[in-house]
Design a protein around this ligand. Structure first.
Ligand code: AGP
Length: 607
């Protein structure tokens, strides 16, 4: 949520800042700005809208300064506007601040600063930071920032630039990610590694409660009290190309096509001799024997992956599972203790609610297992055990390859728990693993139907509402299909357990309402077909989805999308792909901004 980048070195800062912001635009894109120190002036340029507007504003004759900060915003406090765009500055225009997060006590601080004569121009919480630095500055920027930290409450990754100290950047982190990139005689600060990947793969990952002073000579990291912190340099494995579009029109389409590889990468090295081997996991059989309940906690798409995980873990490992939305979890005093296993799922590993749920679970004594895509993310560092999904950087706001690898993470975890608990016979484990190994190739076969799905998507141009139905695991996938469609095409879409439609929602079904009916779960196939007939009787247009070779569904629907045969528990890994493509092409046909849908941001690092 919002993106930050800062640069100090020998190169001209502005192109580096803009390039970094481009990589971060997926985190927020309602306005953007940069600030640099140019001789004896603090120069700030901002614009409303996407980054291209800032580029136009900067033109070609931009400052040649080698020190600066930049920000791309996703509005929390104050609507998207020029004055609310970052960087924010103080009254004397000596300090500029970029900030991600929320300053909870900004109103009281603002009032007291106004009483002292400070003049505010924006509606943001961030602006108090610039005025506080101004208030506290006494010749030492680091000390001033430390005093600011002592005054504010909330979450922040912030970077401060000072006209009075034109040789340094000071940054601090609490509950919002921040990394420091180490180049040759140049340094970067950023909210996200992707912003600086083209320049360096060596980073320090700041922990909560740490601040950093970056000069051309080096990096000094301390805690908020000023005690030095020793940190290891982290070598980023992702390459810069992985975060580029690589010839695709949109990141989302590229990421959809990367799924076979992501699936193969995530399972590779974890399947040995028909067993799931999670060498990274510390949970012992003795500890697992004490576990009597599992909670899966996540947000959005990751929560949908959790819904599939529930069925797999219950079915295979015979443990009762509850799936919770992270933003609800900690506010309802969940009944967890040291006998509970809490599984958090998060692509970014930085989602504020998921992180808060993780901490709540740890506080209550639970063992926390994370499934995440970002090595070094806060979730990965705070959980007791981690299964990394090897999807590579996911840039499009709409999650695709991360979701599919989260599903795979659920399969691996379900099997792993079943192995330890001895709840599945080896021949069943072998059958599942054999089927799982085929999934990457089968995913390619689903992708080969892209043109058919593109054609089907054209009929969604003027659609206002759509329903996704399915039973059992198909229902969980239907939820993901509905979310994909609404977030990028702005079509109102809902998912229903197929048997539930007749309890009210059927009243909304007309011939204008496309229904996407998933029918991959063999044990409930006939029942799903009955539900399809109910909507057909109301003249709805139905797109069905089932296994190749199943000819019966075609008799009840208008179009059928086929996926290769697999075992029912693995069907979500294939069934979701046509739904992603359908949403993608519906979005394109409706002229929407696929990768950066309105009002959304990739990582939601505020509550
Ligand atoms: C999915 O398309 C969304 N962008 C969103 O629901 C996302 O899955 C959610 O915000 C959770 O993010 P995380 O996986 O990074 O925690």
């Amino acid at each position: 949520m919002c993106g930050i980048v800062g640069y100090i070195g020998k190169r001209v800062a502005i192109p580096i800042l803009v390039d970094g912001l481009k990589k971060l635009e997926y985190r927020g894109y309602d306005s953007a700005g940069v600030a640099v120190i140019d001789q004896d002036k603090l120069l700030v340029s901002k614009s409303v809208g996407k980054l291209v507007a800032l580029e136009e504003e900067l033109g070609e004759n931009y400052s040649q300064s080698c020190l600066g900060i930049g920000h791309t915003r996703w509005a929390t406090h104050g609507r998207p506007s020029f004055v609310n765009a970052h960087p924010h500055i103080d009254c004397k225009q000596e300090f500029a601040v970029v900030h991600n997060g929320i300053i909870e006590n900004y109103l009281e601080i603002k009032e007291s600063l106004i009483e002292k004569g400070h003049q505010f121009v924006s509606e943001t919480d961030t602006e108090v930071l610039a005025h506080l630095v101004e208030e506290f500055y006494d010749g030492n920027l680091e000390e001033a920032v430390r005093k600011v930290i002592g005054t504010i409450r909330g979450s922040y990754a912030m970077v401060v630039l000072s006209l009075k100290d034109p040789d340094k950047l000071v940054a601090a982190r609490k509950d919002s990610p921040m990394v420091v990139g180490l180049g040759e005689g140049e340094f970067f600060v950023a909210s996200d590694i992707t912003a600086i990947l083209s320049y360096t793969r060596k980073v320090y990952i700041l922990d909560d409660g740490e601040m950093v002073v970056v000069t051309e000579d080096g990096v000094k990291i301390t805690d908020f009290q000023g005690n030095p912190c020793s940190k290891e340099v982290y070598d980023v494995k992702w390459d810069a190309v992985a975060a580029e579009k690589g010839g695709y029109e949109h990141f989302m389409l590229k990421e959809i096509h990367e799924q076979p590889k992501a699936l193969a990468d995530t399972m590779m090295s974890r399947l040995k001799d028909d067993r799931v081997v999670l060498e990274e996991v510390a949970l012992t059989p003795e500890q697992l024997a004490q576990i009597n309940k599992v909670y899966i906690v996540a947000c959005g798409t990751a929560w949908h992956a959790g819904l599939v995980g529930k069925t797999l873990i219950e079915r295979w490992a015979h443990l009762p599972v509850e799936v919770d939305i992270a933003s609800e979890f900690r506010y309802r005093s969940p009944l967890i203790d040291e006998h509970t296993l809490v599984v958090v799922i998060s692509q970014s590993g930085e989602t504020a609610d998921t992180l808060a749920a993780l901490r709540e679970a740890k506080n209550r004594g639970a063992h926390v297992f994370a499934v995440t895509n970002v090595v070094g993310s806060t979730v990965s560092r705070e959980a007791h055990d981690v299964i990394f999904t090897w999807a590579g950087p996911e840039i499009a706001v709409a999650s695709t390859k991360a979701y599919i690898t989260q599903l795979e993470g659920m399969v691996l975890l379900g099997l792993y728990l079943a192995q330890i608990k001895g709840t599945l016979p080896q021949d069943k484990i072998t059958e599942i693993i054999t089927a799982l190994k085929k999934i990457p190739e089968q995913a390619k076969a689903v992708l080969a139907q892209e043109s058919l799905i593109k054609e089907l998507a054209q009929s969604f141009v003027n659609v206002e509402d759509a329903f996704f139905i399915g039973r059992s695991l198909d229902w969980a996938v239907a939820m993901e299909g509905a979310l994909k469609l609404k977030e990028i095409s702005y079509i109102h879409a809902e998912a229903y357990a197929a048997g539930e439609l007749k309890h009210g929602t059927l009243a909304l079904v007309t011939e204008q309402t496309p229904i996407i009916a998933l029918a991959t779960q063999r044990d409930v196939f006939d029942k799903t077909v009955s539900n399809v007939k109910e909507v057909k009787a109301r003249d709805a247009r139905v797109i069905g989805l089932t296994y190749q070779g199943n000819t019966s569904l075609a008799k009840s629907v208008d179009h059928v999308i086929y996926i290769p045969e697999t075992i029912d528990e693995l069907a979500p890994l294939l069934a979701v792909i046509p739904l992603q493509l359908l949403s993608y092409y519906a979005s394109v046909a409706r002229g929407c901004d696929v990768d950066k849908p309105r009002n959304l941001a990739k990582s939601v690092t505020v509550e």
